[in-house]
Every structure is written in C-alpha cells, then in structure tokens.
Design a protein around this ligand. Structure first.
Ligand code: NAI
Length: 247
C-alpha cells in the first residue's frame, strides 16, 4: 500500500467523487479524515472503511463557513497528528444564464468551490511545511478550462482553482509539497443526475472514449497524485475526461 502512514483529509466526502476518493486513499493505506455536512453519510463511510481494515474518522463541516473549516482541520490534526494529503473536492452548482444569475448564487458557488479551498490549504499547510511533505489536490472541472453557458459562477470558481493550484505549487514546492488539480469531465454522480437526457446525449458525443466517467476514474487519479510515484509532478492539471477536452 503506497500511502501507509499518511493522513488524508477529503472534503465533500459524503457521496460521489469525494466518497470514492476517500475509499481509494484508505485502500492505499492512508488514514482518512472525511469531511462534509451530512454526518450520517460520513459515519456510514467511516464504518465501510474500518470494516475493510482501514482507518477513518468523520469531521462534519460546511466548507462555506471559515470557522467550521478551522475547527474541523484542528480536530482532524488532534486525532491523527498531522495532515499529509488534502483533497479539496466539495463543490456545488447554481446554474443560470448570467443575465438572471442572482448575486447570492454567484457568491455561494465561489465561496463553496474556491474560497473554501484557499481556507483549507491555509489550515493544513503548517502541518505539511513542518514535515516537508505534502500533497494538495484540487478538484476543478473541464468547464473551468473551456467554460459552459449557464455556469458563469461555476466555471469562474473552477478556473480560479487552477490559478490557485499553480500559485500554491510555486509557493511551497521547495518544501517538497506538491499542488495539483484534477479536471473531471462528465462523471456520473448526483451533480450530473439532474441534467436532461438531451444534455447527456450531446455530452456523450463529445467524449472520444464514448462513455461517462465514474467517481472511481477520478479517485484513481487522486490516488496517483497523492503517492510518491507522483513526487515530481506539481502545478499540473490532470484531465480525467475521456478525451472531451485535450491539450
Ligand atoms: P456531489 O454533489 O455528488 O458531491 C458534492 C460533495 O460536496 C458532497 O459530498 C457534498 O456534501 C459536498 N458539499 C457541497 N457543498 C458543501 C459544503 N458547503 N460543505 C461541505 N461539503 C459540501 O457531486 P460530485 O460530482 O461528486 O462533485 C465532487 C466535485 O467534483 C465537485 O467539486 C464538482 O464540482 C467536481 N466535478 C464533478 C463533475 C461531474 O461530472 N460530476 C465534473 C467536474 C468536476
């Protein structure tokens, strides 16, 4: 197991991609602090990981609240002693054409998807700097790379995560801390379940591999970037999109 002795914190771990990432990191031997708002779902995930012989604990938090991020990270460090791997995965959509987009929906998406990543990095970076080892993985999106009508807030937040990733990679590289982003394309989760069949069919036509992705497809990339095998990769945006966007 490549991550034995490591401690990971995954935000938005209650379902979808975050849940798959937590399971994957635990399978690789990391102790996993799982964070999201739904305590019940987090408890189920912790039970699943521990039943399989792994280590995990739940830290309920709303990532749009700075104080909750601070206290959850503090509690996770108190329990596990450190954080080696941070996966900033929690995210929401509030789609609307820009003409009709409410300021509240702009703010909510930026706060949840982008500001939370900056705040979480700020809380874990001390632990990583101290031990001169760290992995920060930000889950962005193909729409942060190419834009999407009706998603000005979401695309801006995800493009912002790419800038954040590169800035942090430059800032902490000398301390053996890498910071990368993963840009999923169309992944089958609750977030995409609400899309119309027409949208899904059109999206499929844009995917050379001819299928939608699974949360596990993204989790595999997270497992790799968290490992020692990826120690010379930083500031990178790794596409997990079936070829939907290349280059
Ligand atoms: P999901 O809706 O199934 O999961 C989102 C997770 O974030 C949930 O665990 C939810 O509880 C958590 N979350 C949302 N707001 C939160 C808050 N304020 N505080 C704490 N936790 C919060 O969606 P999915 O697809 O698993 O999304 C995970 C990430 O992947 C998101 O950042 C999303 O933008 C990104 N992504 C998803 C794609 C897809 O096709 N499903 C494509 C590209 C990126």
């Amino acid at each position: 197991m490549s991550l034995s002795g490591r401690v990971a914190l995954v935000t938005g771990a209650s379902q979808g991609i975050g849940r798959a990432c937590a399971l994957r990191l635990a399978k690789e031997g990391a102790a996993v602090a799982v964070a999201a708002r739904n305590q019940e779902k987090l408890n189920e995930l912790v039970s699943e990981i521990t039943a399989a012989g792994g280590k995990a604990a739940a830290f309920p938090l709303d990532v749009s609240d700075e104080e909750q991020i601070k206290s959850a990270v503090k509690a996770a460090i108190a329990q596990f002693g450190k954080i080696d791997i941070l996966v900033n995965n929690a995210g929401i959509t509030r789609d609307q054409l820009v003409m009709r987009m409410k300021r509240a929906d702009w703010d909510a998406v930026l706060q949840t998807n982008l500001t939370s990543a900056y705040l979480s990095i700020q809380q874990v970076i001390g632990s990583m700097l101290k031990q001169r080892w760290g992995r920060i993985i930000n889950i962005t999106s193909v729409f942060g790379q190419m834009g999407q009508a009706g998603q000005a807030n979401y695309a801006a937040s995800k493009a912002g995560l790419i800038g954040l990733t590169m800035a942090i990679a430059r800032e902490v590289g000398s301390r053996n801390i890498t910071c990368n982003a993963i840009a999923p394309g169309f992944i089958e989760t609750a977030m995409t379940a609400v899309l119309s069949d027409e949208f899904k069919q059109n999206a499929l036509k844009q995917i050379p591999l001819g299928r939608v992705g699974t949360p596990e497809d993204v989790a595999s990339a997270v497992g790799f970037l968290a490992s020692d095998e990826a120690s010379y990769i930083t500031g990178h945006v790794l596409n997990v999109n079936g070829g939907m966007l290349m280059g």
